[in-house]
Each structure stands twice: as C-alpha cells, then as structure tokens.
Write a protein that binds this ligand. Structure first.
Ligand code: FA5
Length: 341
C-alpha cells in the first residue's frame, strides 16, 4: 500500500474512533494513538527523508493535512463532550441562570428617626439651628445651671442613672440650652434633638430611654405669644392640619412662667375619647419663658433679653401620629411592629 493511501486510511480510522468516544479519558487515548510520539503519523513524518525524492513532497503535505484534520476532529469532540457535561450538570443541579437573584431585605428608618428629621426640617425652615450635647452629662448642665441646685426637691422629678465618676446619663435635653447659650450670643434660635435616660419603671407611656427635642429662642422682647406661634406652626406641619393649643400652668425650675402645652385631641376632634380621657385635650409638651437665673448661667443678661424654651417628647409625638398605644414597642426590635412604617 502506498503511503498516501495509508494516510487516507489512518484518517478514516481516526474519524470512526473519535465518533465512538464518550468521555475525556477515551479521547485522550485516541489523541495519543493518532498524534502521540509513537503514533504512525509521527513515524511517517520522521521517516519522510528516507522516501524517494518524487513522492517526498506530496507525502509530507498529505501527512500534515491528515495530522491537522485529526487535531480538528479531536478539538470538536472535546467541545462536544464539554457541552454534554455542562448540560447534564444544569439538569442535575437545576440552576436557572436566567432566574433573578434572591432579594436582600433592606431596612428603613425607624419611625422616631423619621419624625426627628421631619421636626428638624420644620425648625430649620423657621431659621432654627440644630444643636447637640453629650448623653453622659455633667451634673452642672443637667441640674445646677438649670436652676436646680443640690438638694432641690425638683431633682426627684427625674430620677437618673449616675456614673461612678459623678456624671450622669442626661435626664432631658434641657442641658443643651446652657451649652448653646455659652457658645452663641442672642438672637438664638435652636433646637436640640437627642436621647435621654431616666431611672424609670416602664409602662405603656414611660420608657427608661427615650427622645426629646429641646427648643430655645432668645432675643429682645420674646414673649409667650412667640412661643405659641412657633408651636402652632410646628404642630400644623407635623399633623398636616390646624391644631388648637392651650397652656396650663406647669412647674419647672428653669422656666418662669412654666406651662404644659395641650393640643386638641386629634383622634376624636375634641369630642372626647379614651385617648384624651374624654377631656378633648391631650398633654403634649412642657414649655415656658427661660428663667432669669438660667439666662445668667448661660452668660446672657436677663434685663436685656428674654426667651422661651420647650421640651417635646419625640416618642409620644410619633405615638399620637400613628395611634401607637405602647411606647415599649419602639425599642422592642419586633419586626412585625417596625415593618408597618
Ligand atoms: C422635661 O424633661 C423638661 N426638661 C422639659 C422642658 C424643657 C420644660 C424646656 C420647660 C422648658 P418632662 O420630664 O415633663 O420635662 O419631659 C418632657 C417630655 O418628655 C414629656 O412631655 C414626655 O413627652 C416626654 N417624657 C418624659 N418622660 C418620659 C418617659 N419616661 N418616657 C417617654 N417619654 C417621656
């Protein structure tokens, strides 16, 4: 048999062998058989020099053609096997790469945070600055400077948590009033939202940790009328309707006169319901005109300036807006509650 015919035969045999292959090991064996160092084609290529001159070029050309053809067949088979395995894997592991990914749950802002930001926006639109103070406070700022000297019975109104070095977790945001006065000269318009703490037995309307927004406005000729106007504007924005307010006398050592500000009950419209205890009014926040001693402690002359201050419970404001009947839900970490907002 001449060499060209033999090479054609090798190609045919290789084709038929490759067709039958069903896995990578078999394919590798076939590759070694036809293209390996000891394969027939390699031997033919090695011994081309020994062939008669006339057939040497055509035999060389044919050998390379057959070798390349077998290489291509092996490559195609390899690709086929890969595809087959991939398809089997998809079936077995049932991965649908077109399916959308799993959604990662995203949280949202706590209703108290949202209310705080809303209140901040309302006050900044009226020209108020936003102040803050430390949560661990000096006795001086929490009590002394606010006209509550040691042994004053008013200290008992806000039982507190003391640290070993004689400081305390602030019981209200009123401390920031003094810190603000120390930093700025009148006219002052500031609010101070923040977390406060009390040594308190909790119930549906009392927490040991809650939020207040302090407000302070000091200038020449500030009166109760300014206090009422600012409060009404703020409440109208928070509740998105006109809100009636009334002032009752209230006692806080750092204001004179001091008031409790009530709003008409938004649940029953003033007719009387369990929320307002059938009075038509709901107690909202304490406020008053800044006591001359407090202005002095802040370095402001009470003969020249006057001002008002208020301390609003942020948790209670949120409770009123959403008709939440237990303050403890806010810090319960209960997603069934939080996801409603
Ligand atoms: C004060 O804390 C005064 N510093 C407020 C003030 C500021 C008066 C400026 C005058 C001038 P009071 O202890 O009443 O006051 O608290 C103010 C508000 O905080 C309350 O009206 C209530 O809304 C809220 N609050 C008080 N105690 C708790 C509590 N345990 N849990 C939740 N909210 C509370």
């Amino acid at each position: 048999m001449d060499i060209i015919t033999r090479l054609d035969e090798i190609l045919r045999e290789a084709k038929s062998d490759i067709e039958k292959v069903s896995n990578f090991e078999e394919l590798e064996k076939i590759r070694v058989k036809y293209l390996g160092r000891k394969s027939e084609i390699t031997n033919i290529l090695k011994s081309l020099g020994e062939l008669p001159k006339e057939i040497r070029p055509s035999a060389g050309k044919k050998s390379n053609l057959v070798k390349n053809e077998i290489s291509k067949l092996l490559e195609n088979k390899n690709a086929q096997l890969e595809e087959k395995i991939f398809n089997e894997l998809i079936k077995k592991e049932s991965i649908d790469i077109t399916e959308p990914g799993e959604k990662i749950p995203i949280g949202h802002m706590h209703p108290i945070t949202r209310m705080r930001m809303e209140v901040e926006d309302i006050f900044t639109s009226m020209g108020f600055a936003i102040m803050s103070g430390p949560e661990i406070e000096l006795e001086y700022y929490n009590f002394e400077a606010l006209n509550i000297p040691k042994d004053h019975p008013a200290r008992d109104m806000q039982d507190t948590i003391w640290t070993e070095d004689g400081n305390l977790l602030r019981t209200h945001t009123s401390c920031v009033q003094i810190r603000t006065m120390e930093k700025f000269k009148p006219p002052i318009r500031a609010i101070a939202p923040g977390r406060v703490f009390r040594y308190e037995e909790t119930d549906a309307s009392h927490e040991h940790t809650f939020y207040q927004v302090e407000g302070l406005m000091i200038d020449r000729n500030i009166s109760v009328a300014n206090l009422i106007a600012v409060m009404k504007t703020m409440l109208k924005e928070v509740f998105k309707r006109d809100v009636k307010v009334r002032l009752r006398p209230g006692y806080f050592p750092f204001v004179e006169p001091g008031f409790e500000l009530d709003i008409n009950c938004l649940i029953c419209g003033g007719k009387g319901c369990p929320v307002c205890k059938y009075s038509g009014w709901v107690e909202l926040l304490p406020c008053g005109m800044v006591h001359p001693n407090v202005l002095k402690a802040g370095g402001i002359d009470p003969n020249e300036y006057s001002g008002f201050a208020f301390g609003m419970g942020l948790d209670r404001l949120v409770m009123m807006r959403y008709e939440i009947n237990d303050i403890r839900l806010f810090h319960s970490g209960d997603l069934r509650f939080l996801e409603q907002f």
